[in-house]
Design a protein around this ligand. Sequence first.
Ligand code: SAM
Length: 244
Amino acid sequence: MFNFLIVTLFPELFSEFVKTSLIGKAVENELLSFEFISLRDFTTDRHRTVDDTPYGGGPGMVMKPEPILKAFATLPDNTHKIFLTPQGKPFQQSDAARYAAFDKPLLLFCGRYEGVDERIVETFDEQLSLGDFVLNGGEVAAMAVVEAISRLIPGVIGKIDSTVEESFSAGLLEYPQYTRPEEVNGKSVPQVLLSGNHKKIEEWRKGQSLLRTYQVRRDLFEQYPLSEHERNLFAEALKGIAEK
Ligand code: SAM
């Protein structure tokens, strides 16, 4: 069972999240477990204070170090501790795959206010960012990280195969998907997908995956080691848009 420990001042934000859809089923099936740690339980004052004003002045409040250190002292020694922060390394599919293979608890620390006292930062194993934007708190980022990891844990989603072809798993964006009806707003499903020819479908999908990555994520495309065969499929896909 994969064990998530989530430090948050707002555990109620997670109450539906852990009960819903694939995550809810995985909890029921004992593939995932969640434990919520409230820093207010590690305060000593009457008001259960977890924040204080910043030294040097300025706007906002800072999360106090002592409740965090006290909470961490109660954790299993092998807990891998992640601080969710816009100042962290951008979270990637490869990180999700690395964590999914863990057999130790993964702690996700959701900051609030202006973040934590800088002297606490080094107690984390890693700092991860969801992207170049600022959220009110780390809870939404934690949910995103939980979902990305959980999809890669065997049994959590129906077919683990569907994660193999997904965007980023092989360094490319996924090919376009279609479902019934065959025509929508005058647009038809690409003929090849109706052909029943699995080899042709696979080649078309690879070409589209390369094309899409080239069009919207040139950074990923440039890192991707194209084989001769893939180069031809990409050229074919490019020709397809030139002909449209
Ligand atoms: N003052 C901080 C700064 O400028 O770096 C931002 C603090 S933010 C208002 C409060 C908390 O939200 C952060 O401590 C972090 O836990 C979370 N957060 C905000 N943006 C995030 C992002 N892009 N990725 C991950 N966590 C984020």
